[in-house]
Design a binder for this molecule. Structure first.
Ligand code: LIP
Length: 261
């Protein structure tokens, strides 16, 4: 994948996402449906935004497939756009301004480029593999926090089993005692973007989706951070149980003591 093309794609996607959200904010009407349960909802705007993004990306790169939270799941081994139109849908549905749009270009476990756009703060995070991470065009780097006592930790409350629930509640209890701050903000994409720019130092979450993490894994890695699994197995982009850190070995060791017990 040619970097010149990827830089051009980032520019066009930046402009397109600004235009889409300008339209949404002028006519923010939507209805809500439950998907797999009371905690997993979708609004009519999620679907509308995802379809607008897919139409735009299809013109940009017709040979790429789509893995979109609301409308499609192409084979992972293909070249795919991975899309979360509104990450933090619960926040969005309650006019909580902490949400984002995520787009990544992937093939298998490889992420070539990723963008995360926060339309409320007008913050556009992006990375191209091997070219660093940026916030509104300015280079960003993960923090230099070297101990959990200096760390602001983000997490989410997804769990897929009673065993995972027990694991997560134990982690939360340990983190409360050990870290400087603990946040459950409701957008995995922004949790990852914040690790990349130093607003957070650690983020973990189990049982989330490729569209919650694809762009963020690249943006964190290109900012000097590290992406691993928060359970004892290799990280899998298509079945993510994620642990993102600022890359500091001492912090990672201490974080794993409360996360990977
Ligand atoms: C959300 C994630 C968040 C997780 C929520 C939800 P969505 O994504 O970003 O981290 O804890 O349960 O999955 O569904 O709002 O796009």
């Amino acid at each position: 994948m040619d970097n010149k093309n990827l830089e051009y794609f980032v520019e066009l996607i930046n402009e397109k996402l600004h235009n889409i959200w300008r339209e949404v904010f002028t006519s923010p009407h939507f209805t809500i449906k439950e998907k797999s349960g009371f905690r997993d909802i979708v609004t009519t705007l999620d679907i509308e935004v995802e379809n607008k993004i897919k139409d735009f990306l299809n013109d940009l790169l017709p040979e790429a497939g789509f893995i979109g939270e609301e409308t499609s799941f192409a084979p992972a081994e293909k070249l795919n756009w991975v899309i979360d139109p509104i990450d933090g849908t619960t926040n969005f549905s309650k006019s909580n301004p902490h949400f984002s749009t995520q787009i990544a270009l992937t093939r298998g476990q490889e992420v070539f480029m990723g963008v995360i756009y926060d339309p409320n703060l007008d913050e556009f995070f992006h990375a191209i593999k091997g070219k660093g991470s940026y916030l509104n065009g300015e280079r960003i780097e993960s923090s230099n926090a070297d101990t959990i006592k200096k760390a602001s930790i983000h997490t989410g409350l997804q769990y897929a089993s009673e065993e995972a629930y027990e694991r997560q509640t134990k982690r939360l209890c340990l983190a409360i005692k050990e870290c400087r701050g603990l946040r459950v903000a409701g957008s995995a994409c922004l949790d990852l973007a914040y690790v990349a720019c130093g607003r957070a130092d650690v983020y973990w979450e189990e049982s989330i989706k490729p569209w919650d993490v694809a762009a963020g894994t690249l943006i964190v890695s290109e900012a000097g951070g590290k992406i691993e699994s928060c359970i004892n197995e290799p990280f899998d982009l298509y079945n993510p149980n994620i642990l993102a850190t600022n890359g500091n070995a001492d912090l990672i060791r201490e974080a794993k003591e409360i996360i990977l017990f």
